[in-house]
Design a protein around this ligand. Structure first.
Ligand SMILES: NC(=O)c1ccc[n+]([C@@H]2O[C@H](COP(=O)([O-])OP(=O)(O)OC[C@H]3O[C@@H](n4cnc5c(N)ncnc54)[C@H](OP(=O)(O)O)[C@@H]3O)[C@@H](O)[C@H]2O)c1
Length: 289
């Protein structure tokens, strides 16, 4: 089995690459920069074709995206190119090569009026990021046997990543205050657990939409408090704020989150609770002391 991870330099792609190696899956990873990666830019169709020719994959894990939600709002054309047109190029290559396609999607396909959401709920994105990711998801799902894994608030200990937990650790270390939304609810998801569940779904031949998120439904502030507890941080640097005070360019789904009954039924397990994953990160932080 040969896997091609598109966006292997990112948080999710890097975690998947490490897991593929542990599972003895031959793996190629792409990035627009850096050694040891195949070059692939979703804005350059010929680079997509070239990466498929070099790797000849059986399984394609599409992690690349313009993930900065507010930057998508500021540059909707670029967001459409990378998040919607790029996945359509990848989908066409997968269809041609007969490769299994896994697309990483998001809870931002919903407006956050009435979450948590199931796979069959009607999407209604409230931001450019959500709209363009939904277009990318639909382009990918048009390929026979494709899987779309919807996830949210992905975190891990990864110094190269600006994920929420790394921001929290950075602010605490710097002695800086951190404004945290008190009214954005969703299911924080530990990247290694996401990677393992998605590879297991792919191995089981799952297709269509699957929600792949952690079991805790929390506001971002509640999640930050849980992290502080696990890491032994005094939480007084956290400043809970309503989203309306944060001046973010893009609208956020407030009552979001995803239901995971379909995932548990398929895999016979749920993802571990956040407290357990945060304890693992606390263990890593201890090694850095
Ligand atoms: N993180 C979350 O909380 C979250 C939540 C829901 C859904 N998701 C989805 O999960 C996926 C992975 O997220 P992540 O957290 O790993 O993101 P990330 O750490 O921001 O990584 C983004 C990846 O996209 C690549 N990329 C950006 N622009 C590109 C372009 N023009 N062409 C090709 N690659 C490009 C980057 O590679 P280079 O810059 O090296 O080229 C990088 O590997 C994304 O599709 C995201 O929408 C993430």
């Amino acid at each position: 089995m040969r896997a091609l991870i598109i966006g292997a330099s990112g948080q999710v792609g890097g975690t998947l690459a490490a897991l593929c190696v542990r599972r003895k899956i031959e793996v190629y990873g792409t990035s627009r920069k850096g050694q040891g990666f195949l070059y692939l830019d979703l804005a350059e169709p010929e680079s997509v074709t070239a990466a498929f020719e070099k790797s000849r994959p059986d399984l394609v894990l599409l992690c690349s995206a313009l993930t900065h939600v507010d930057n998508c709002e500021r540059d909707p054309q670029l967001a459409a190119k990378i998040n919607a047109e790029g996945p359509a190029l990848v989908a066409a290559e997968c269809a041609r090569a007969g490769a299994q396609l896994v697309y990483f999607s998001t809870e931002y396909v919903f407006d956050g009026a009435a979450g948590p959401y199931g796979e069959a709920d009607e999407p209604n994105p409230a931001s450019v990021y959500g709209r363009t990711k939904l277009e990318g998801e639909r382009a990918c799902l048009a390929v026979k046997g494709a899987l779309a894994a919807r996830t949210t608030v992905v975190y891990s200990h990864n110094p190269a990543s600006k994920n929420f937990i790394m921001q929290l650790i950075g602010n605490h270390k710097a002695g800086a205050k951190m404004r945290v939304p008190s009214d954005q609810y969703s299911n924080p998801t530990y990247a290694p657990d996401l990677a393992a569940a998605v590879l297991d779904l792919a191995a089981a031949g799952a297709s269509g939409i699957y929600n792949v998120v952690g079991p805790d439904w929390l506001s971002r502030y509640e999640f930050a408090l849980k992290a502080c507890e696990a890491f032994g941080f005094a939480p007084d640097f956290l400043e809970p704020k309503p989203t309306s005070d944060l001046g973010q360019a893009a609208a956020r789904p407030l009552r979001a989150g995803l239901k995971t009954e379909k995932l548990s039924k398929k895999l016979g397990r749920s993802l571990p609770p956040a407290a357990e994953s945060l304890r693992k990160i606390a263990g890593i932080l201890k090694q850095y002391e």
